[in-house]
Ligand binder design. Sequence first.
Ligand code: SF4
Length: 254
Amino acid sequence: MLKADRYRHFVDYFSKNQPNPVTELHYGNPFELLVAVILSAQCTDKRINQVTPKLFERFPTPEALAASTPEEVFTYIRSVSYPNNKAKHLVGMGKMLVEVFNSEVPSGIDNLQKMPGVGRKTANVIASVIFEEPAMAVDTHVFRVANRIGLTNNATTPLAVEKQLTQHIPKEYIGVAHHWLILHGRYICVARNPKCEICPLTWFCRYYERNNTETALLKAEAAKVKKAKEAKKKTALNKISKELKKRSAGNSEE
Ligand code: SF4
């Protein structure tokens, strides 16, 4: 199947079946989403949603965060991954929002990436969710699922995946496609054992196609070997039987 066809089927399927996907992180405004996304690196949304209610209550604004210390922030986020670094990033991010961006979450990937703790993935999430820009954030799910389906070719870095996806997905769907890929990767196309048996994308998924072709070839090969063994066994038995007949004929002549 051509790559262009896989893209067409991908967008067709999800735009019909999941037209309005949203992030599973809980937030009430752009500042809270930025905090939640920074915290979510290498951590689950579920875990982040457990810590953010108290965190947002104590630090409802960039000013509150800027006036705090990493040590205090740490006490609210100790159960997430890399809490020390993230506490430092959050305080640094709060200060920059206050001092440079007038306490507003800025638009634009470049501005967003100036803040501590904000890499390209986080910047793309904010640009896409808050500012509705056609930005594709590539996390581990997006990376894996895009590759398995066959939306990307030889893309070995998140940036390469981002470029290929944004090049082929129609602009108006780039933002939602990010959620489609994440949610599909989180619940069906999981890392270790993708649940292909319940996946609705098998008919255009490259991984499924290859896997099943390989399985079919292996089965055919095993059947061939079995048949050859049986034929060999039959030939050997025939030979023995002929030999026995010959001997018995010889005995009766004597
Ligand atoms: S068919 Fe399997 S590998 Fe392909 S997208 Fe679905 S779950 Fe993932």
